[in-house]
Design a protein around this ligand. Structure first.
Ligand code: ADP
Length: 246
């Protein structure tokens, strides 16, 4: 089957500096992938390219069989296209309950007070319960998001992204600041999410990457340095030299 996303020979420069250098990357429709690499490797720029926020200077991006030609898309447009992006810091509506946050996400409404105007229909409630189950928050539906732990906020945000049914979920350092138990649960959430969609996780924590037990792409100087299982890439001399052996 065709990959969901196929990036071929993409380069991007900022003021003459090549942040992404002839990068190629592909991911299948139900695949979990970890991206690792030192600071400045181009991970953020890569995600900006995938979401259409940054236009490549050369190369092509095929999303679901079509060549991407329009860039500088809004977050809403990106979501409609089927890409969910989770930044490192959770952005949930602190004053609203978990249920209300998920309802707003289902309505694709970024105005927290709009929740007062929505009445969750029976199908909505069923979907909200399902989403809460997927991110381990079934028993927290009536809690205010502001009262949740850091890990729970991260899961809520993942649930809010899943509400929009992305075909590709991009997650930036989900394990940062989490307790060991929270990391374990985060692994389970991401592994389960990748059963029915593509999930790309940018992560520095090697223990966490090991738990994900997925294919790993190592970026360095804007290009793919190695790709394969974690054991494969961490045994690669080039990877040891630039990343692990520091
Ligand atoms: P990573 O996320 O792997 O740390 P980035 O994608 O943020 O790497 O950055 C890759 C390189 O591109 C870095 O050297 C960074 O300084 C540079 N860079 C990123 N964005 C810009 C920008 N808007 N203008 C100039 N340089 C940039």
């Amino acid at each position: 089957m065709n990959p969901l996303l196929e990036v071929s020979g993409v380069s991007v420069s900022f003021d003459g500096f090549r942040a992404i250098n002839n990068l190629s990357f592909r991911i299948g429709r139900a695949e979990l992938r970890a991206i690792i690499g030192p600071n400045g490797a181009g991970k953020t720029t890569f995600m900006d390219i995938v979401t259409g926020k940054t236009a490549p200077d050369s190369g092509s991006i095929i999303w679901d069989g079509s060549r991407r030609s329009v860039f500088a898309r809004s977050e809403a447009r990106i979501a409609r296209e089927g890409i969910g992006r989770k930044f490192q810091k959770p952005t949930v509506f602190e004053e609203q309950t978990v249920q209300e946050n998920l309802l707003l996400a289902l309505k694709a409404d970024r105005r927290p007070l709009a929740v007062l105007r929505y009445r969750a229909s029976r199908p909505h409630l069923a979907r909200i319960e399902e989403l809460a189950g997927e991110v381990g928050l079934s028993s927290a539906l009536q809690r205010r998001a502001g009262e949740l732990s850091h890990g729970q906020k991260q899961w809520l945000e993942i649930g809010m992204l899943l509400a929009q049914e992305p075909r590709l979920l991009l997650v930036d350092e989900p394990a940062a600041g989490m307790t060991p138990e929270e990391r374990e649960q985060t692994t389970a959430i991401l592994v389960a999410a990748a059963k029915t969609r593509a999930v790309v996780v940018v992560e520095h924590d090697m223990d966490f990457v090991r738990r994900l037990n997925c294919r790993v792409t190592v970026l360095h100087e804007g290009a793919v340095l190695a790709e394969g299982s974690l054991d494969h890439v961490t045994a690669d001399q080039a990877v040891i030299d630039v990343y692990l052996g520091r």
